[in-house]
Design a protein around this ligand. Sequence first.
Ligand SMILES: [Zn+2]
Length: 351
Amino acid sequence: MLHAEHPFLDTIETSCQSTNLPDCSNINAFQTSELEKLSIAIGSLTYYKSLTERIASSLLLGAGTDDFIFTERAKKLLFCGSSLTLDKSGSIISANFCRLRICPMCQRRRALKTGAEVFRIMDNINSSWVHLVLTVPNCEFHQLSDLLDTMYTASSRLFRYGPIKKAFNGLFRFTEITYNYSADTYHPHFHCLVSVDKSYFTSRKYIKSDTMRRVWTAIITSALNGVDIRRKSDAWIDDIIATLDDDLLFQIHMKKADNSAVSEVAKYCVKPLDIGLSGSALYEPLHNIFYALHGRRLVQTYGVVRDTARLLKIDLNSDAGDEVEENRLDRTNVRCYTWNRKKGCYILLSE
Ligand SMILES: [Zn+2]
């Protein structure tokens, strides 16, 4: 079931219609039956599969015959999740997912997995949390990749700046790119979840938004001007801060993190239907974002967050799927589905 007019990927989970509705005639069944769970899982997969297919068709249309490599990728996207095996609880046992970063089907599963892993790491750290967003002005496509490189270097230097290093015990840094279709510009930015002492908000370590904004602007503008910021001292940065023009400060957002901050940061690096285009017009921005993100680690961890992730053996950049691990496999009662493109739904092959 396709909700084409809905711009956000995140809000549709509950509105999907299943093609395999559960039997609700048993009013004594208070708990969700296995069949019902399976049908919800298939219903939600159907929605994302339809989205993926629509984006793949747009990309194929836009790529034409010139862009052979990207056309192959779009084909991969088109066939993503076309055959699924689910166990009796509705968990995916095996599937042919494409794992491309611009695929809604794969993004959704990745976001759910990342969110769960972030919560697990946070649960194991006894601290308060700050949600920090670092931005730069929008850029043109040809600047995007270099700008991302500079932002990576600059943010690492920012976290080593004396007062910030003292205040921040560790953090997650997520890369996100949004696209402004009216100006045809790209907006790369970082969402960070920062671990701070529980007493942080009333302590002397507390860093004001304005201070953070000045330090970030000083570091990133110097880096953009070709300065090797990794080798510059805090005193050197302080001198730059003193010369900053108030009107040219870059935007940052910093506030105490609540639960919604986690879902916000863990979601997607790019939201295809959020960029305001459809059909072949989707090709160029998605093609550009795909190449800018290609091969990058989108999640970086520092300090206590990095240590805790290692301890828990969590790799947030892992491309491993969410399929049930081999040793937990229950091969009884598996259901195999195949995607029917004409009907836009999954067909049950066998039980
Ligand atoms: Zn996929």
